[in-house]
Design a protein around this ligand. Structure first.
Ligand code: CUA
Length: 404
């Protein structure tokens, strides 16, 4: 083996080692929002471009640095040496250093353009259609093929291409699930599309977020995506399609029986205990927000209070004929959601009570009004005098939590 051969092999080995190190440093659990994952064809495309760019950039960097060092050494200043020859206006050199970057760019452009064409093509015809609607500051997910509407928690069957139609209700937002694919903007009066297939994903929870500055709570516009088995997805859809089953609905005749707990538990939502650490909402509560945990709510009373409060002006609960508002998230199966306030707080009794009492103290700029009696509304800069009592809030919490 010649010396050049050995050098070349060592160089290749060093390059590979550096690259693997860079990749392994971005392992899933240390960096849950890493893009160096290959769970969808979208991310595989992106990763392969990234790799080839990395290799080309490394080669260019090494060659340029070597040439630089060589020139520095070869033409270093020496005692009594004549002035070096000037190359200003040298046509050959100028053509050369225009051509070389152009050639390098071709190596970058060809795979990039190819990937753009592949990922921007129309999705396969039997894809799962999901409408993503950005709101200040939460995500609405609609499954038009199934008539399902939900918010901030996205369920995707493993192995099926999903075609997202991206729209916005107000300003620019950007949809991104780093470990699956994206990001792509949600633009007013225009539908953007994005598709990928979670074909090598396992049953897993993934973080998603908004990536286009969209106002006060841009950083509070998170969501979770869950990749589930096709069977679980079917069960989830069937459950989502069913109206919320709980107690008596004002004006709806006989009360519907509550879901019997004894029936075999189909897949209704991602199990709370299987939420990986990185997906557990961890936004600390602002100072001074406390809740009297000893208040016990009554779901039936909660339904009455809910159905005659401001809640129904904004929220829909299928199965509650009073609740048909379209401004806020659909709450039909709110009790089975794991997060609150667009993925920033855990959906538990305490956070939910505080949220109903004064969402504006928990999320800057949120449109939901301050509902708690005696609470200071930071947006209107007034104290609410006619709102809900803590007991009424506890009742609404019990009602919403019962909407599994
Ligand atoms: Cu929505 Cu940033």
């Amino acid at each position: 083996m010649t010396a050049t051969h050995r050098l070349r092999r060592r160089f290749a080995a060093a390059l590979t080692a550096a690259f693997s190190l860079a990749l392994s440093a971005c392992s899933a659990n240390r960096y849950p929002n890493s893009i160096f994952e290959r769970h969808t064809e979208f991310n595989r495309e992106v990763l392969s471009i990234f790799k080839s760019l990395f290799v080309w950039a490394t080669i260019v960097f090494v060659l340029v640095e070597l040439a630089l060092l060589w020139v520095l050494w070869r033409y270093r200043r020496r005692e009594g040496a004549p002035q070096p020859r000037h190359v200003h206006g040298n046509t050959t050199l100028e053509v050369l250093w225009t051509l070389i970057p152009a050639v390098v760019l071709v190596f970058i452009a060809v795979p990039t353009v190819r990937a753009i064409f592949r990922t921007q093509a129309k999705a396969v015809p039997n894809a799962l259609e999901v409408e993503v609607i950005g709101h200040q500051w939460w995500w609405e997910f609609r499954y038009p093929q199934y008539g399902v509407v939900t918010a901030n928690e996205l369920y995707l069957p493993i192995g099926r291409t999903v075609n997202f139609a991206l729209k916005t209700n107000d300003v620019l937002h950007s949809f991104w699930i780093p470990r699956l694919g994206g990001k792509r903007d949600l633009i007013a009066n225009h539908t953007n599309y994005l598709w990928f297939t979670p074909d090598s994903a396992d049953e897993q929870a993934w973080n998603g977020s908004c990536n286009e500055y969209c106002g006060a709570s841009h950083a509070n516009m998170l969501f979770r995506a869950f990749t589930v088995s096709p069977a679980q997805f079917e069960q989830w859809v069937a459950h989502q399609k069913s109206p919320a089953v709980f107690g008596a609905v004002p004006g709806a005749g006989a009360p519907a029986p509550p879901t019997p707990a004894a029936t075999p538990v189909a897949f209704v939502s991602w199990p709370r205990e299987r939420l990986p650490e990185y997906a557990i909402p961890n936004k600390p509560l602002p100072d001074g927000l406390g809740w009297n945990e000893s208040l016990v709510g009554d779901p039936a009373r909660g339904q009455q209070v809910y159905s005659r409060s401001a809640c129904i002006g904004c929220h829909t609960i299928a199965g509650n004929p009073m609740s048909v508002g379209q401004i806020g998230p659909n709450l039909t199966h709110f009790g089975s959601r794991l997060t609150l306030g667009a993925g920033i707080y855990p959906n538990d009794a305490r956070h939910l009570a505080l949220w109903i009492r004064n969402a504006r103290a928990m999320k800057p700029g949120v449109l939901m009004p301050t509902l708690g009696r005696g609470q200071y509304d930071p947006l209107l800069k007034t104290t609410v005098t006619t709102g809900l009592s803590d007991q009424e809030i506890a009742d609404i919490v019990a009602y919403l939590q019962a909407l599994k």
